[in-house]
Design a protein around this ligand. Sequence first.
Ligand code: NAP
Ligand code: SF4
Length: 674
Amino acid sequence: MSPYPHLLAPITLSGVTLRNRALMGSMHTGLEETGDWTRVTAFYAARARGGAGLIVTGGMAPNREGGVFPGAAGLFTDQDIANHARVTQAVHAEGGHIAMQILHAGRYAFGKDCVAPSPVKSPISPFPPQALDEDGIEKQITDIVTAATRAIQAGYDGVEVMGSEGYFLNQFLVTHTNRRTDRWGGPYENRMCLPVEVVRRVRAAIGPKAILIYRISLIDLVPDGSSWDEVIQLAKAIEAAGASCLNTGIGWHEARVPTIATSVPRAAFADLTARLRPEVSIPVITSNRINAPDVAERLLAEGAADMVSMARPWLADPDFIAKAASGRSAEIAPCIACNQACLDHTFSGKLSSCIVNPRACHETVLTFAPTLNPKRVAVVGAGPAGMTAAIVAAERGNQVVLFDRADQVGGQLNLAKRVPGKEEFHGLVAWFDTMLRKSGVTLRLGQEARPNDVTGFDEVILATGVIPRDPQIPTDPGARVFSYADILNGADPGRRVAVIGAGGIGFDVAEALVHRGQSPALDAALWRAEWGVSAPWAARGGLAPNGPTPHPPAREVHLLQRKAEKPGRHLGKTTGWIHRANLAMKSVRMLGGVTYERITAEGIILSHGPNRENPGLLPVDGVVICAGQDPDRRLSVALNQLGIAHHLIGGADVARELDAKRAIDQGARLAAQL
Ligand code: NAP
Ligand code: SF4
């Protein structure tokens, strides 16, 4: 019997039978904008081959003013239709189905021509929108309907109308953004007219035998967001207007509550879909922070939804369902919800990829072809760079030996997984372990590799990682100084702590220091209290009236840096604010522009500004050094002396701003070329 009977059961939407209940949720990857349709086609075909029941494309603009950014892709010309037809044909050839998302960004459109119900600027856009008049509204409806018609011409099995996340249709629903006094504004019946009219006219245009998904916002997480009664009223009206099913949207983009970051508990919002489901008779789709087949199966078995939407997990592993269905779930590369290579790229204008799968969106340009010339390959260092290089080299047919002085694989990932809110790293290390063993890599753990261990190999790859930087601060006897590894391994630096260095690791360490008890990432009720999230049936928009009620901090923490800028500025584009907000809620004092004069038994003496003014003691019980890293090239130096050629990857190559994304990418690219 299938391990996932509910997930793998077929479902029929408007006469279209899908092979399973796994929906690949819409993601903007930037692929369409490259104009390389061979690449776009390869991306979607790979996900169809890997078993996705229904793919929803990235959002396509219905018109120029509604595009998320200038030049956003859409079906504007015959050539666009022909390009998209290549995608749909390839997906169908793999036995899959695909719907095109129509995304009108409204006031979130990053351009001066953006339009909205009312001229209320979004806090996340510099552009004030123009309020639409009656003709303007009619034009938007017509353009959305035209996009849907063209999608069907291009061979799509249907469309998803984006009505959540604070985009155009969502903007009409709430008084926060809809101040109109005409028939499109005022009472809720008027405010919901536009989404309902759009669905009605799209259905009329595409006919009864095409899928029409409406993505409905179940919890807006913004002030004056929709009430639960309004959500239900809209859901029923959307069903009556002809939608095949309802997909779940969580939170507006401007919400100050994280909704998909790794610190959000898995399936944290599925209870909302469960509450919606009995109110309508069309299928409902749940989403957000579902990244494993057992979680999806449980939700479906419990009746929380009829389908499960996963988006980023399909970047991490295009064979998600194929592996689940064939009893190989442990081989599914887990999406750790870091956003580092997907959303952070999108918001920086870069092509998306995935930290754990550098081939995502690069299917045609990064290939791991079997080698014609198998080699003996030694890899030293079982961190992300070394593990990736070893796996890819072995999968290509090379004989690979992987050394690490630790008795387990994972390197610095083993520290990351101890940070509260980063529990997904456990699954990542377990996946690397599974894949190393499956690919036939010989593991030599608990063994410090020496030059003579790596002689006789055809290729030597050093992924020896980093050494924590010693910031050379004068230190008195009796001072209590810790490394970040000490803290993440459980050392107690006392009640008052100074953290030197406010990079990614300084923030992680500060979070670990202020934390007490169960991680909110593993306890949805705790997490909701921390972020002030209420049930939307108890509070409009799902914002708790009393705001966040975080646990008191376990310690007094001071997070310090020398640069005279806001600490945490260089954290992830889409996640940095979460870390900063989290520490602010725990009263962590962040201080830039300091000089570390001396660490004493009583604390740390700091001076301020470029002229090192006002030196004074910050009384703390312990000081933790998080001052970055330097490459660990000790073995490289020894090999150079012996004339043994080798490759350097990961932190051993460049330690500055090292992160797992670069390490894994570099390891994969090197091994692809051996
Ligand atoms: P980092 O991000 O480069 O930060 C190093 C910190 O140390 C900076 O705040 C720097 O600030 C300070 N510093 C550098 N040299 C110093 C010196 N000689 N004396 C005193 N302070 C010094 O490095 P990291 O924190 O070790 O993180 C490594 C990488 O891991 C990062 O690139 C990051 O991408 C990744 N990571 C990210 C996250 C995350 O996003 N949550 C978490 C963990 C790791 P000043 O020079 O201003 O003092
Ligand atoms: Fe998931 Fe991170 Fe990959 Fe994005 S980059 S798909 S969040 S693992």
